[in-house]
Design a binder for this molecule. Structure first.
Ligand code: CP3
Length: 363
């Protein structure tokens, strides 16, 4: 890693500075799914582990892949290599990842299957994640912040109930509309165990937490308040009671206008935006409340060319008057060329050094 980038001060973490409302040395950058299949070194380690789940369960290898993107790119954060579905697995639900198919779980869809889940041994099952966090925090460069995470109860429940990814999350939405008592019990269990999981991640070295609600956008407005906002608010409140200084970022993907009430009602410290959010609106309505993170379309990063440069510039211009963390609007795609990621980061950093040298000439 290059150690002479402008704006880098030993021991100062730009990402944490922005989240805590302090002056920051530079605009922080990280990317959702920054460790993953687009990196050949990731594919090597994954092969060595034998499977994705074996990789998540091996703290030495999981910490290695967490650090891989930082060796290539000038990033401000590392996100622990794990998955939102490790929690249902720790609760006793059978989980497999099938090549090309994604996750496959034994569906939870009635009161007896929810009653069969158990939180009692869950944290012990998740020990490899805590161990990996501990290892990574001992190896991080001082300017890099370590992120822990969990899935939001709603999004995790969509997979637990359907048993796999669906295009419309219909099984979970039907359970919610029917007011199934087992659905409410499942969400309560996920709130309770996610709180414990996040607190333990902080104990193991996580400095910031992100809650991924990938499927928030499919909820009708009534369901949104009840199953996106309320569980997230409960998690934020309880985690903050134990870890008051640790910023929590919410990512309720696809929330549209509801990003605003999501921020004001959940108490998150920052919000991650998908690529559809208009920047003028984000600048006027969201940035005065909290720092915003995002929101480059992962498909334009894969496509590259002039569109990548102009979309990047549009985001930098649109959000630079407020608190901003550069990120994608969702996870990086496996076929993204590494050269596009390098170009993206160079574009952001070059612009920053041009601005700071202009400042030092005038000041
Ligand atoms: O961001 C990171 O680099 C940290 C690691 C991370 C993974 N999953 C690794 C992963 C994080 C933060 C997640 C979150 C996650 N997992 C979400 C929320 C964010 C999002 O992307 O929507 C969701 C919904 C999941 C569940 C999940 N995991 C699915 C649906 C799949 C299959 C689809 C896919 O991308 O393959 C996964 C697998 C997964 N999780 C991979 C990685 C690197 C690919 C596994 C492989 O190596 O084959």
């Amino acid at each position: 890693m290059k150690e002479t980038k402008p704006g880098r001060q030993a021991g100062r973490k730009a990402f944490l500075d922005v989240l805590k409302g302090r002056e920051s040395a530079r605009r922080p950058i990280w990317m959702m799914r920054q460790a993953g299949r687009y990196l050949p070194e990731y594919r090597d380690v994954r092969k060595q582990a034998g499977s994705f789940l074996a990789l998540c369960g091996d703290p030495k290898l999981a910490s290695e892949v967490t650090l891989q993107p930082l060796r290539r790119f000038d990033l401000d954060a590392a996100i622990i290599f794990a998955d939102i579905l490790l929690l249902p697995k720790a609760l006793g639900q059978k989980l497999e990842f099938q090549e090309g198919e994604g996750p496959v779980l034994e569906p939870v869809s009635d009161s007896s299957s929810v009653a069969a889940l158990s939180s009692s041994g869950a944290m012990a099952e998740l020990e490899p994640v805590f161990d990996a966090l501990d290892r990574v925090s001992g190896e991080l460069p001082p300017h890099v912040t370590l992120i822990g995470f969990c899935g939001a109860p709603w999004t995790v429940a969509t997979y637990m109930i359907a048993g796999h990814g669906t295009i419309d999350q219909r099984p979970a939405r039907e359970a919610a509309y029917r007011g199934e008592p087992w659905f409410e019990k499942l969400i309560d269990l996920l709130v309770e165990t996610s709180v414990e999981y996040l607190i333990r991640q902080v104990g193991a070295g996580a400095e910031v937490l992100q809650v991924f609600d990938t499927w928030a956008g499919v909820l009708s407005d009534t369901l949104y308040d009840r199953w996106c906002i309320a569980p997230t608010r409960d998690i934020v409140r309880q985690v903050k009671a134990s870890c008051p200084g640790v910023p929590i970022i919410g990512f309720p993907r696809g929330s549209g206008l509801r990003y605003q009430k999501f921020v004001s009602q959940t108490g998150v410290d920052a919000v991650s935006l998908d690529w559809s959010v208009p920047l003028d609106w984000a600048r006027q309505e969201l940035q005065p409340m909290v720092p915003v993170q995002g929101n480059l379309d992962p498909i334009v990063l894969a496509a590259g060319g002039p569109a990548l440069a102009s979309e990047t510039q549009r985001i930098l211009d649109g959000l630079s008057s407020g608190r901003h963390i550069f990120n994608l609007g969702h996870g990086i795609l496996p076929d993204t060329p590494i050269s596009h990621v390098e170009g993206l980061i160079a574009q952001i950093r070059d612009l920053e050094s041009a601005a700071s040298s202009a400042r030092s000439k005038t000041g």
